[in-house]
Design a protein around this ligand. Sequence first.
Ligand code: NAP
Ligand code: GDD
Length: 338
Amino acid sequence: MPTAFITGITGQDGSYLAELLLAKGYLVYGLIRRSSTFNTARIDHLYQDPHVKDYRLRLVYGDLNDGARLHALLAEIKPDEIYNLAAQAHVQVSFEMPEGTGQTDALGVTRLLESVRAVCPAARFYQAGSSEMFGSSPAPQNEDTTLLPRSPYAIAKLYAHHMTRNYREAYGMFAVSGILFNHESPRRGATFVTRKITRAVAAIKAGAQDKLFLGNLDARRDWGFAPEYVEGMWRMLQATTPRDYVLATGEVHSVREFVERAFARAGLDWQQHVEIDPRYLRPTEVDVLQGDASRAAKDLGWKAQTRFHELADLMVDADLQAQQQGRGEFEVVTRHFT
Ligand code: NAP
Ligand code: GDD
């Protein structure tokens, strides 16, 4: 049974990746942080699945800022594959806490890579790189595009991206960085723009909220569906040769277009409800991200399937349903391992 170690398992991508790997028969270890309240809502359903009765999902405490713990865990687990998804992943928050973001998103990766090198150098390592690293480089962007980051988050990710490449070149490790464009889902964190919009649409439809305050509506992004992207991560680690890959849809839309589509899906007029609040404007903005994932298509056979309008619709539908059923932040999961 192959063994995987996932950091960031409580996050959007970590939860989908855990599902995917469990379905493939992996033994999955997930790194979680101790929290004063439960933070495992995205993965709780995995314990109710009959196929996990054999304890193939194991959660272990740790933190990317605790190198000794990472070292001890990897020495004990000796995973075949490591997926480093843990990060302070919010761009605007990174302007408020650049040092903390750098500790986790940049140096945290070095801590992990050093532990891998010391105790399980044959393990395959995936680093969650980001299209945010392209920053102000003109679109469309691919693996050869110049990286011109525009936020402390992107700069930390850039450091981690280069460290991953350096460990590959210096020590011959199978270490790759996936340069993933924005990907969303009903499990998306509530403060990222798509989910902020779809949750607000559901609350407004229910009469529980009237206004939605947003920042820059002109920013353009290449939004895909998260479950497809974790499949791409897995494929990167199954490849014969370690390489960095862009994952993207190639389709680009503005925040305004997402707002229009989401409100229309619920039969609402967005202009009645959306207001601009300068608090949500960033000191430096990334205007347009549009990916060219042709290398992933050619080498890995990976292609995004879900289109922009389908993504907006499925997120709105999930939040409308959650609102009607008085459920919490995440959808009821019906998918099972086999
Ligand atoms: P997310 O939902 O915000 O999840 C982040 C995860 O990282 C959570 O499990 C969080 O744990 C964990 N974490 C944060 N700081 C940590 C630390 N110091 N030690 C250990 N764990 C820590 O993010 P996501 O959307 O799933 O993204 C996954 C990864 O892909 C991130 O690295 C992100 O930067 C990158 N990425 C995301 C996208 C995207 O569009 N989603 C695109 C490109 C790259 P808690 O639950 O305890 O907070
Ligand atoms: N979050 C947020 N909140 N963003 C807003 C708002 C708002 O109220 N109003 C407008 N925006 C704009 C942001 O300025 C940005 O241009 C765009 O919406 C998308 O913002 P986010 O959803 O926060 O995502 P992001 O593009 O900054 O970062 C995401 O994608 C990266 C990959 O490109 C995150 O998932 C990162 O972790 C990821 O690396």
